[in-house]
Design a protein around this ligand. Structure first.
Ligand SMILES: [Zn+2]
Length: 248
């Protein structure tokens, strides 16, 4: 039986069994396997791995693990300052697009509210989620580790927080979203794009009293839903600012 030592950095120990929460595992093996397969057999989905360093040298997912290898695994490309790093996937654009699993409907609305192109339906199957994420270069956000181990998934992240507003804070930090945020660009309901619309054109669709107090309106190009800066908007704006500027 051969051994390799794995050191999981950043927040990857989240996926390890309790007794390995410190992040180091001595892994026994007696068959040839890629570092990707071994990392996943220890519980960490490949989609969260950004950098792998074996005995001081960066490698890609296909590297075949050798006896006595010392393997450092990172979820952030920038954690280590070294030459000759190897990117495991192309970097994301500053404003990434997302696709979310069926447990994350509220988070989807929040991400749209911040201006990010976000697909969500409560009836997407795992296969569809993986396929959409792959074909459209969308970051798959999920609470299902197994989904992030599918080889189709290139960009993916397991949402740790369970409270919806904390989820938004977590994703904002992880993907450095503040710089690219463009609040109220996407419809919270359907992800369609919002356009300004004249009050006269939608007067008959406004609740009583609304026209009296507001003059600026936006309409979703897809589902025709109307948005204005009422109390609901102000509450949303407050939440976005809290997240963007990390206000308590
Ligand atoms: Zn819409």
């Amino acid at each position: 039986m051969s051994h390799a030592i794995f050191h999981f950095h950043d927040e990857l120990n989240f996926f390890l069994p309790r007794r390995h929460k410190h992040g180091t595992i001595e892994h026994a093996f007696d068959w040839r396997a890629s570092v990707k397969d071994m990392i996943e057999s220890l519980g960490v989905p490949h989609a969260e791995v950004e950098l792998i360093v074996v005995n001081g040298n960066a490698v890609d997912f296909s590297y075949v693990v050798l006896p006595d290898d010392q393997i450092d695994v990172y979820s952030q490309y920038d954690t280590v300052d070294m030459c000759d790093k190897i990117r495991l996937r192309p970097p994301l654009p500053a404003a990434p697009a997302f696709v979310l699993d069926q447990h994350l409907g509220r988070l989807a609305a929040y991400l749209r509210m911040m201006g990010f192109d976000t697909l969500y339906r409560n009836d997407y199957h795992d296969e569809e989620l993986a396929r959409i994420s792959h074909d459209e270069n969308r970051v798959l956000l999920t609470r299902d580790v197994g989904l992030l181990k599918r080889s189709l998934v290139i960009y993916g992240y397991y949402v740790r927080a369970t409270h919806r507003e904390q989820q938004l804070v977590e994703i904002t930090r992880r993907f450095n979203l503040p710089a690219a945020a463009a609040p109220f660009k996407h419809c919270m309901k359907c992800n369609g794009l919002l356009d300004p619309v004249a009050k006269a054109a939608i007067l008959d669709r406004l609740p009583d009293g609304t026209a009296q107090y507001y003059d600026e309106f936006h309409r979703c190009q897809s589902c025709q839903r109307i948005y204005w800066k009422g109390p609901h908007f102000q509450k949303m704006q407050q939440l976005v600012e809290q997240v963007l500027f990390d206000k308590p």
